[in-house]
Design a protein around this ligand. Structure first.
Ligand SMILES: Nc1ncnc2c1ncn2[C@@H]1O[C@H](COP(=O)(O)OP(=O)(O)O)[C@@H](O)[C@H]1O
Ligand SMILES: [Mg+2]
Length: 388
């Protein structure tokens, strides 16, 4: 059994991972450039360094029995460095390489025999003209690397709009994707261990607002056959990737119940937060179990869940309305401890724990709670002397 877990990345996913790891008796060291990052607030120690600082990464590796990461936009060289030194790290650089690059990722999914939307690689204007013919419109253009929460994405309904997106990308390689007229977005959280065992959670149904996850309903309200297809696809993907740890596969479902993979995240995922509050073993604990060679738990759902993200508004860092929210005993609140509630930044979430199936009225209730939360300026500290 490993004793110290190193986590590259100090965001909320790292924090929730660290909380479960701490509960299970592990020591946690995190590496993040921001000394106030959420994970550092609960970890035993934090190395304050850039994700591509190889000396710092090596230090993390030497202090840890196993290193993992909580987001995928880190330098592959960092993971390769640990592998070269034979310091245990998981997921591997191979998994990171595929999931960091939208072109490699979609090609990989197709090699698994699983559907994706049509796509083309765009480096030059010629490619754009070709994709406009072969893939067609409406389309979504995305930077191949570095995007998250809808960043680095442009919708285009015509060649003129596609050219504007191409110009805005300033030479970055793009993927030109056919827009999928989905009726639902789904995700499957799963965990694979080194013995090739995979466990998957009940399907989650997601809504996004301008590319950022807004709500998750679990279990998702879809036909059983759709859920099975998505969970089976997620299991195939995990096995073919050879990932060790928790991962997420996002899907689109079309009107005629076609299930297409949108993307893969090689880590615990925002749409799996619900597993903390309504299952016996969260996506974070499964990750700890997988990377520390402990047996995975077949997930049991104790209740249904509606998870609602709380985003920053860009005006004020004090979250008002929490007492009213907590007046409902079915609400579980999670606040990440980020200092500044920058507009659209993920600051926290809450889970509404529901007995039985979730209907639209329950979702509406959760959204009403969200809409009553507001951001206000921090009140001046009365104990501090007024500035002279
Ligand atoms: N090809 C597409 N067709 C329809 N909607 C899309 C497409 N690609 C992205 N989207 C929308 O944008 C959201 C974010 O895109 P995604 O590829 O998941 O990037 P990110 O890495 O930012 O999460 C998706 O969840 C979906 O709502
Ligand atoms: Mg996504």
């Amino acid at each position: 059994m490993s004793h110290t877990i190193g986590i590259i990345g100090g965001g909320q996913l790292g924090k929730m991972l660290a909380l479960d790891a701490k509960r299970m008796g592990y020591t946690v060291v995190t590496l993040d450039p921001d000394p106030h990052a959420p994970c550092g607030q609960v970890a035993d120690d934090q190395i304050v360094a850039a994700y591509d600082d190889l000396a710092a990464i090596e230090q993390l590796g030497r202090r840890s029995d196993v290193v993992t990461f909580e987001f995928e936009n880190i330098a592959i060289a960092s993971i390769e460095h640990l592998e070269t030194l034979q310091l245990p790290v998981t997921p591997s650089s191979r998994v990171l390489k595929i999931t960091q690059d939208r072109l490699l990722e979609k090609s990989f999914v197709r090699e698994c025999g699983i559907a994706t939307t049509d796509f083309e690689r765009i480096d030059r204007m010629d490619d754009l003209l070709r994709a406009a013919m072969t893939v067609g419109f409406p389309a979504v253009l995305k930077t191949v690397r570095g995007g998250y929460d809808g960043k680095g994405q442009w919708r285009a309904t015509s060649l003129t709009e596609a050219k504007a997106a191409f110009a805005a990308a300033r030479g970055a390689t793009l993927i030109f994707e056919r827009y999928v007229p989905f009726v639902k977005e789904l995700s499957v959280i799963a965990t694979r261990d080194a013995t090739d065992r995979v466990v998957s959670y009940p399907i989650a149904e997601n809504t996004h607002d301008a590319g950022v996850l807004a709500t998750t309903v679990a279990p998702g309200r879809v036909a059983r056959a759709v859920e099975k297809r998505a969970r089976d696809a997620a299991i195939v993907i995990g096995r073919k990737l050879g990932i060790v740890g928790t991962y997420c596969v996002e899907f689109f479902v079309t009107e005629d119940e076609e299930v297409m993979v949108n993307e893969i995240a090689p880590r615990p995922h925002n749409s799996g937060h619900y597993t903390i509050d309504v299952t016996q073993c969260s996506q974070y604990e499964q990750h700890v179990r997988a990377i520390c060679a402990l047996p995975l738990a077949e997930p049991e759902l104790y209740a249904s869940a509606v998870m609602v993200n709380i985003l920053g508004a860009g005006h004020g860092d004090y979250l008002a309305g929490v007492p009213a929210l907590l007046g409902d005993p079915s609400v579980v609140l999670h606040v990440y401890g980020k200092k500044h509630a920058v507009a659209r930044r993920k600051m926290g979430h809450f889970t509404l724990v529901v007995d039985g199936p979730v209907d639209d009225a329950v979702v509406a209730r959760a959204l009403r709670y969200r809409d009553k939360l507001t951001w206000m300026p921090l009140l001046p500290d009365p104990l501090k002397a007024p500035a002279s």
